[in-house]
Design a protein around this ligand. Structure first.
Ligand code: HXC
Length: 509
């Protein structure tokens, strides 16, 4: 009969084997590419000593790979529990198998039932070819769980290797995708592309972090290396509630709630054709160093991100007058709408800064479906029941005013700066439409045109008319925006509204 010592020694030996992954050679190859192993990644992600592994010994019958190509379990990040899985590229390229699928499904079920976020550390070549339908089924089970968990618990995908096929569809169903430089995401690899289209394309051009953070919009963040990606994951989690029934985590405020930066009073140029940087407006108003921009390189004419105001988490949506004058195009619509829905699902109040001449004109945008895409912004804001506050800093023309958190779509408090111009369109455009024929009849139309533009601006392009009718709740001194927003959020913290009973709406997609 075995002694207790022998039994414990056997367990230690078995556990030791798990750490060997796909063997020393493959681990060295992983390190040579600047990549960590699955276990090294977990150690760097969670609080020291907090990781609890699950299903470490699970494997295919007759297999020699306990745990298969994934490590699953739960641990703590800044003292709060998260569930996680980390794919092991050193074992058959981290390929997704029936066993890997069962392990990931179990940890996701535990996360969903317990109301804790799920973090996926992805480094996988996709479906394990040798397992055929079983690996496809395992993926489908994961996608099903991603969908069930959507809006219930935050889901974050960190991309750390060449992720192909199914291993990019699960991330696409999650809330945030973080890519390291050197990781890749693609549906079909270079070999398949060559066979089908005869095109030669390298992995970086196909699906590198630059492509997905600036062109496709698939990824929300790119980092230089794995350490940065894991640190960013911890930071992102610090803004998110563990589940949809909790408020986001507040921190003890360190910044003065009455801070009023005089610079804000002159930050918006009085000449409406001059640009300025809305990110400066944001940093002057929110708690020091608290702004975490999301999708910074994708549709930079729109800004989205998380920040804190007097220690409380808020979601920020804004236009960037520095890029394309802050016009709303197809990509900006997608970026804004998705973020608004994320914030609404997770009880994160929305603060919106409006300065936009409207929707982007032109054939490319119309053919691309700007009508359908732009509608997503209205839908998302109108559907959102979290506290909604907006600040019109300058242009809010036409559709831009309506869709960007206007009073009509039930924004709780709409503030305007004295520079705000809320009108159907800009003065020049309006004069052109209204007086074109009259002006054509004049010998020297310029002087009359200038007079009409000035008159229009005086009459319509000010915040006073909308304020007179209650469509703007107050015209505020820009420097006072921080305390005004803090007070408004305090009022709205326990806001409760109910929407009509339905199965679910049909969001324009
Ligand atoms: C099983 C695989 C595999 C696969 C690669 N490997 N792909 N094993 N199933 N799908 C193995 C390799 O044989 C190798 O094993 C190890 O994984 C690492 O692969 P390498 O090719 O050496 O790595 P690398 O050079 O970095 O290239 C990575 C890669 C390439 C670009 C991802 O492996 C590749 O193109 N693989 C095929 C990707 C793919 O088409 N996957 C299926 C997608 S379809 P050894 O033993 O040598 O270490 C899919 C279905 C679901 O996922 C779709 C749902 C929508």
């Amino acid at each position: 009969m075995n002694t207790h010592e022998a039994l414990l020694a056997e367990l230690q030996a078995q556990r030791g084997k798990l750490k060997q992954g796909g063997g020393a050679e493959r681990i060295a190859a992983q390190h040579a590419k600047g990549k960590y192993t699955a276990r090294e990644r977990i150690t760097r992600l969670v609080d020291e000593g907090s990781f609890q592994e699950v299903d470490a010994f699970m494997m295919q019958q007759g297999s020699q790979m306990p745990g298969d190509a994934v490590v699953t379990g739960f641990g703590k990040v800044n003292g709060r529990i998260v569930a996680l899985y980390a794919q092991d590229f050193t074992i058959l390229g981290g390929s997704f198998s029936e066993i890997q699928g069962a392990k990931v499904a179990k940890i996701m079920d535990l996360a969903l039932q317990s109301g804790v976020p799920v973090i996926g550390l992805n480094d996988s070549v996709g479906a394990r070819i040798q397992e055929g339908i079983h690996s496809l089924g395992a993926y489908a089970e994961l996608f099903w769980r991603n969908t069930q968990a959507s809006g219930v618990i935050p889901q974050i995908s960190v991309m750390l290797g060449p992720c192909a096929g199914g291993s990019v569809y699960s991330p696409a169903l999650t809330d945030f995708v973080i890519m390291t430089q050197g990781s890749h995401m693609f549906i079909t690899g270079p070999e398949v592309i060559k066979a089908v289209t005869h095109e030669e394309v390298d992995l970086e051009t196909l699906g590198g972090s630059d492509v997905h953070t600036s062109v496709s919009g698939v990824a929300h963040f790119a980092t230089a290396n794995e350490d940065e990606a894991l640190t960013l994951t911890r930071k992102l989690l610090s803004y998110l509630p563990s589940n949809h029934a909790e408020p986001p985590p507040a921190v003890k405020p360190t910044d003065d709630p009455w801070r009023m930066d005089a610079a804000l009073n002159s930050i918006v140029p009085t000449d409406p054709s001059m640009a300025y940087d809305m990110k400066q407006v944001i940093t002057h108003i929110f708690d020091e160093d608290s702004f975490l921009e999301i999708q910074a390189a994708y549709a930079p004419n729109a800004i989205i991100g998380l920040a804190r105001l007097h220690g409380q988490v808020v979601g920020i949506v804004a236009q960037q007058p520095d890029v394309l004058a802050g016009v709303i195009d197809i990509n900006a619509s997608d970026k804004i709408a998705r973020f608004v829905r994320f914030c609404d699902a997770f009880n994160i109040p929305l603060v919106t800064f409006v300065d936009s001449p409207g929707f982007m004109p032109g054939l490319a945008q119309e053919y691309g479906g700007i009508i359908r895409h732009g509608a997503k912004i209205v839908y998302a804001y109108a559907e959102a029941t979290v506290p909604k506050i907006s600040v019109v800093t300058r242009k809010a023309y036409g559709g831009a005013y309506i869709v960007m958190s206007s009073k009509y779509i039930r924004t709780d408090l709409v503030f305007a700066w004295p520079t705000a111009e809320i009108a159907v369109m800009g003065a020049e455009g309006a004069v052109n439409v209204l007086y074109r024929k009259q002006l054509q009849r004049l010998e020297d139309p310029q002087a009359e045109q200038e007079r009409l533009v000035a008159e229009y601006r005086q009459k319509f392009a000010t915040p006073y008319v909308p304020a007179a009718h209650g469509y703007v709740d107050d015209i505020v001194v820009p420097a006072e925006t921080r305390p005004r927003l803090i007070a408004a959020l305090e009022l709205l913290r326990n806001k409760r509204v109910s929407s009509p009973a339905k199965k679910h709406g049909i969001m324009p997609v």
